[in-house]
Design a protein around this ligand. Structure first.
Ligand code: LLP
Length: 456
């Protein structure tokens, strides 16, 4: 085995006799056993990242005198096995729908260690959360405060609630994944609202306190995703702590918890920057300690919700190359060049991120290495539209041919979880690898699965 390949590949990735090896299993063996396309998940890599986030935040916040809970954000990828791994590494699980909640419960995660998010939860989802005894429901609107209160009263329970606020901090990769500025659908603003009275966030906190069937746990802020430095988190933490102090001044109640959300960025390309959990945890802890001291309020317990940073780098998508087509292209400067269109057996149905966010990825031949001169290539899928692009631009060996395997790195987060059946392609399996063995944790969909849904 070669030395580890390093980011953006998972920790176990290396090469053996030319072939890419993941978790001790070669890519050709994985393709032969499980077919392609397939999402391959390095279990040890996932566990190591979960442990690192937990240790980094526990250490940093213990040092300032408070505790931390790390919730794995299941929206990045949630399967029963993944939820179990997260729990075994000491993480709780954040869910964002009844489906995610059901998978986490199936994995044996106790309700008390689950959170339920969503800007438009159904009554059914809220009720399922109450029945499961979830540790927190994060309410996202004034109307939802009333709905959760009514459903909890009907069940005769006091629902533990956090209020999701928007702090005005603008952070994150693409506009679609930036969530704390004002003009979007999430949360309640800490600034003035349309009715000119108290800020919507304050109104919601006061309303939760008034409802006997609700128990106000704290304040929640999630500023965005794929964030690479700590400044946004620090600013958001200060704003949330100020709101917490304002609420205490008005009502005498200092809420116990502050959740600072997820959003920690990862490297998608070789040489790209990534977040060091230990550094960012220290920066955030310092900001929480300083702001609390300035405000004269006791330290809150903190929680965070990383998704991508735990599972993103653990996942690799394996494809088989089909059609390879050289196309003569005229560039902006009028010069012509050849672009090699390399088609793989999946595409925007298993990874929508390039089409949706212009996301960029790294790929390598996975069944062999090649000394052929690199060709300027674009990796495309098999769907019926030209925007079906997996890699916009990459240099691949010029002798790449039908039957080769191509591995795309860092697809663990928001790949399978955002997959579709466009063109009625069955969704690929999720295959876990560890210690030289592979195991299917979500099986491949079949055409029969698709037909079973169609009632004719
Ligand atoms: N907590 C809350 C309330 C969230 O809304 C999210 C992500 C997370 C935690 C986890 O964020 P992470 O640590 O994974 O960045 N589909 C997009 C990402 C959308 C993120 C939505 N919320 C993408 O593929 O980049």
């Amino acid at each position: 085995m070669s030395a580890p390949l390093g980011a953006p590949w998972p920790a176990s990735a290396g090469r053996d006799g030319g072939a890419l090896v993941l978790g001790g299993v070669s890519a050709p063996a994985l393709a032969a056993e499980h077919g392609t396309p397939a999402y391959v998940l390095d279990e040890s890599d996932f566990r190591a990242r979960a442990r690192a986030y937990r240790a980094a935040f526990a250490d940093a916040f213990e040092a300032i005198g408070t505790g931390v809970d790390v919730y794995y954000a299941g929206k990045a990828l949630l399967t029963v096995a993944v939820a179990r791994w997260a729990r075994e590494e000491g993480l709780r699980v954040d869910t964002a729908s009844g489906g995610e909640l059901a998978v986490a419960l199936r994995a044996g995660v106790p309700g008390a260690e689950l959170g339920l998010h969503g800007n438009n939860k159904s009554d059914g989802e809220i009720d399922a959360a109450l029945v499961a005894g979830v540790g927190r429901i994060i309410v996202d609107s004034l109307a939802e405060v009333d709905r959760v209160a009514a459903l909890a009263a009907a069940r005769g329970v006091a629902a533990p609630v956090m209020v999701r606020v928007t702090t005005g901090v603008h952070a994150g990769g693409h506009e679609f994944i930036s969530t704390a500025h004002e003009d979007q659908k999430f949360g309640l603003s800490v600034n003035a609202g349309p009715d000119g009275g108290d800020a919507p966030a304050m109104q919601a906190l006061l309303r939760v306190q008034e409802r006997p069937s609700l128990r106000l746990l704290g304040i929640h802020s999630h500023i965005g995703s794929q964030i690479l430095d700590g400044a946004g988190f620090v600013e958001a933490a200060r704003a949330v702590l100020r709101l917490r102090a304002d609420l205490a001044a008005r009502t005498g109640v200092l809420v116990e918890e502050v959740d600072l959300g997820g959003g920690y960025g990862i490297a998608y390309l070789p040489g790209e920057e990534t977040v060091d959990p230990f550094t960012i945890a220290r920066d955030i802890a310092h900001a929480v300690a300083t702001a609390s001291a300035e405000l004269g309020t006791a330290l809150p317990r903190i929680s965070i919700e990383p998704g991508r940073a735990i599972v993103g780098p653990s996942g690799v998508t394996l494809y088989t190359v089909g059609t390879v087509k050289p196309v003569l292209v005229t560039g902006d400067d009028g010069a012509t060049f050849t672009r090699l269109y390399v088609s793989v057996d999946g595409g925007m149905s298993d990874n929508i991120r390039p089409a949706l966010y212009g996301a960029r990825y790294h790929a390598e031949l996975a069944n062999r290495t090649s000394t052929a001169a690199p060709a300027l290539a674009r990796v495309v899928g098999k769907h019926c539209e030209s925007g079906d692009i997996v890699l916009q631009e990459i240099r691949l060996p010029g002798d790449i041919a039908a039957g080769d395997l191509l591995a795309v790195a860092a697809t663990g987060a928001y790949g399978r979880s955002m997959a579709s059946n466009y063109n009625l392609l069955p969704r690929p399996p999720v295959v876990a690898v560890a210690d030289g063995a592979s195991c299917v944790i979500v099986r491949r969909e079949t055409v029969d699965d698709l037909l079973a849904l169609d009632q004719g």
